[in-house]
Design a protein around this ligand. Structure first.
Ligand code: UDP
Length: 328
């Protein structure tokens, strides 16, 4: 029988792509998701267990029923703006939920976790190229709660022998080129899907959050990674853990920074549509620039981003948008 991998947040954007690739790699992805932001019909490649990370008994039940060989832990609240308005929810879900999960893993003897962390743990660093040794100074409760989970994983590694591959994501975008799964948030807050909706005429002008940042055109700079490249790194991270190579942190960025204005400018070239837009105020908690080199992931995992051009990310997001998403 194929080995099972527990995928928390498997009904969400990144988790659903992970399930597809895990199934391709010969695993059975078991999704554990409370469906607070995910979609039951995004779970297409293995079973769905609807449950909450704050429910320890539900977690123990999943480990007993499926005996997963490893966990990919995507489930979390992930919006910077919301985290700044309601930090308690972020700490409770992201730290409390992860601690429950990690304790349930140790209790079940499942000792390998791939964890979704974030570049938001770095905070603002004056535009320097980030690497894994850059000091972490999160600007918001989202980044701070993810950094705390990194600390929990380190401590459980020392005391209980838990192994973790921690991926600090930069800005994930695009969709499965086959459009079986994609990004579908309600409400949407992320730049590329909002831009696609504005380009399609499905919403009014996109508001650029601030054009007075200390960047080349005044808008924020981010490092965009295609979700297929990001998941490729996760499969490599799982292989790394299963080969007994121990705990490691990797940034998943491409080394290329694009401003909000750059992203909007690429829309016409990619899908032949202009994006109606206007300038608005800064969004609380945003860093001016977050860009990472990929040397460690390249050397350690053999990871090279293959799909992370703005053209392909926008084209794949557009193709997925046209399917009508999960509400179709
Ligand atoms: N952004 C924007 N308008 C929007 C949504 C996002 O200008 O309607 C900007 C946002 O301020 C940030 C960048 O786009 O500089 C990426 O934001 P997103 O929410 O996609 O990802 P984050 O960087 O917060 O993870």
């Amino acid at each position: 029988q194929a080995p099972h991998v527990l995928v928390t947040g498997g009904a969400g954007y990144i988790g659903s792509h992970a399930c597809k690739q895990l199934a391709r790699a010969g695993y059975v992805p078991v999704t554990f998701d409370n469906l607070s932001t995910g979609w039951a019909n995004a779970v297409k490649f293995g079973p769905l267990v609807q449950g909450d990370l704050l429910d320890r008994a539900a977690l123990d039940g999943v480990f007993a029923a499926y005996r997963p060989v490893a966990v990919m832990h995507f489930a979390a609240l992930s919006q910077v703006g919301e985290a700044t308005r309601d930090p308690g929810r972020y700490w409770r879900n992201n730290l409390g939920g992860s601690l429950n999960l990690i304790e349930a893993m140790v209790a079940a003897g499942c000792m390998d976790m791939v964890f979704s962390s974030t570049c938001a743990t770095y905070g603002d660093q004056d535009g320097v190229m980030l690497d894994e040794d850059t000091p972490q100074r999160p600007l918001n409760a989202y980044g701070a709660s993810k950094l705390a989970v990194e600390g929990v994983l380190r401590d459980f590694g020392v005391s209980h022998g838990l192994n973790s591959v921690i991926f600090r994501y930069f800005n994930v975008a695009g969709a499965d080129p086959e459009a079986e799964v994609g990004e579908w948030h309600q409400p949407e807050t992320h730049l590329i899907p909002l831009m696609i909706e504005a380009a399609a005429g499905a919403r009014p002008a996109l508001v650029i959050h601030g054009n007075d940042y200390p960047t080349r055109d005044g808008t924020c700079i981010r490092d965009y990674v295609h979700v297929m490249d990001l998941i490729d790194a996760h499969i490599r991270g799982l292989d790394w853990l299963r080969a007994g190579r121990g705990s490691r942190v990797f940034n998943l960025g491409t080394g290329a920074g694009f401003s909000v204005a750059d992203v909007i400018g690429h829309c016409a070239a990619s899908i032949g549509r202009d994006v109606p837009h206007e300038f608005g105020l800064r969004r609380a908690g945003d860093a001016a620039a977050l860009v990472s080199g990929s040397q460690r992931a390249c050397e350690g995992l053999g990871w090279v981003a293959q799909h992370s051009t703005l053209e392909q990310m926008i084209a794949d997001a557009w193709r997925w948008y046209q399917t009508g998403g999960y509400s179709a």
